[in-house]
Design a protein around this ligand. Structure first.
Ligand code: TMP
Length: 212
């Protein structure tokens, strides 16, 4: 087996972390070698880049700078963290991947999908998730969820206005429509158990398809 790459996407506060933990446990219980990671981040270099990106002090960051920083963090993540696990036959579950850049920088910031794909060509080196789950949550519901978490201070991206978050939401919906086979849209307002069951169902179908 040459490994399996799964990404989880969603607007802020859509419950990605909970679902990643549940999926990790499910797959580990089945005996798979599973590594969970996140973007931007996953290793010390990419985590440092993450700090720069989300720092609220960095108000003057241009959209291109932002897109390049996400791509730089991704380049390190792909070669340092993701590829070695896939080459070992493991399963990588990533909290966000290229789709986030296409939606946030390409669509919501207005750089365009093609520009963001071009910027990321060297970073992803042809890698695409085998399956992606988009936890769909109306933007304001997501921000309210985060605000209600104890002492959560909104970072630079979360502090964007409603218009930006609405663009992110519709960007994800467009991307999902264009990638029906890869991207599974799941209603994030469903119960944790129901969402997990949907994810497991789709993964099991993927295993069958791939003969795993
Ligand atoms: P997180 O809070 O889900 O960890 O993600 C950090 C923020 O970065 C979140 O607001 C989404 C944003 N983001 C982008 O804008 N582009 C990207 O390529 C990635 C990976 C995240």
């Amino acid at each position: 087996m040459s490994g399996l790459f799964i990404s989880i996407e969603g607007t802020d506060g859509s419950g990605k972390t909970t679902q990643i933990k549940l999926l990790e446990k499910y797959l580990k219980d089945k005996g798979f070698y599973v590594v969970c990671t996140r973007e931007p981040g996953g290793n010390p270099i990419s985590e440092k880049i993450r700090e720069i990106i989300i720092d609220k002090e960095n108000t003057g960051m241009t959209a291109v700078t932002e897109a390049l920083l996400y791509a730089a963090a991704r380049a390190q993540h792909v070669s340092n963290d993701i590829m070695p696990i896939l080459n070992d036959g493991g399963i990588v579950i990533s909290d966000r991947f290229l789709d986030s850049s296409l939606v946030y920088q390409g669509y919501a910031r207005g750089l365009g999908i093609k520009t963001v794909k071009d910027i990321n060509r060297y970073a992803v080196d042809g890698l695409e998730p085998d399956m992606t789950f988009f936890l769909r949550l109306k933007p304001q519901d997501g921000i309210n969820r985060k605000k209600n978490q104890d002492k959560h201070e909104l970072d630079r991206m979360e502090s964007e206005d409603d218009k930006f978050h609405t663009m992110v939401y519709s960007g994800y919906m467009q991307l999902a429509r264009r990638n029906k086979k890869r991207i599974h849209v799941i209603d994030a307002l469903k119960s944790v158990e129901d969402i997990h069951a949907e994810i497991v169902g789709a993964i099991e179908r993927l295993f069958k398809e791939k003969g795993i």
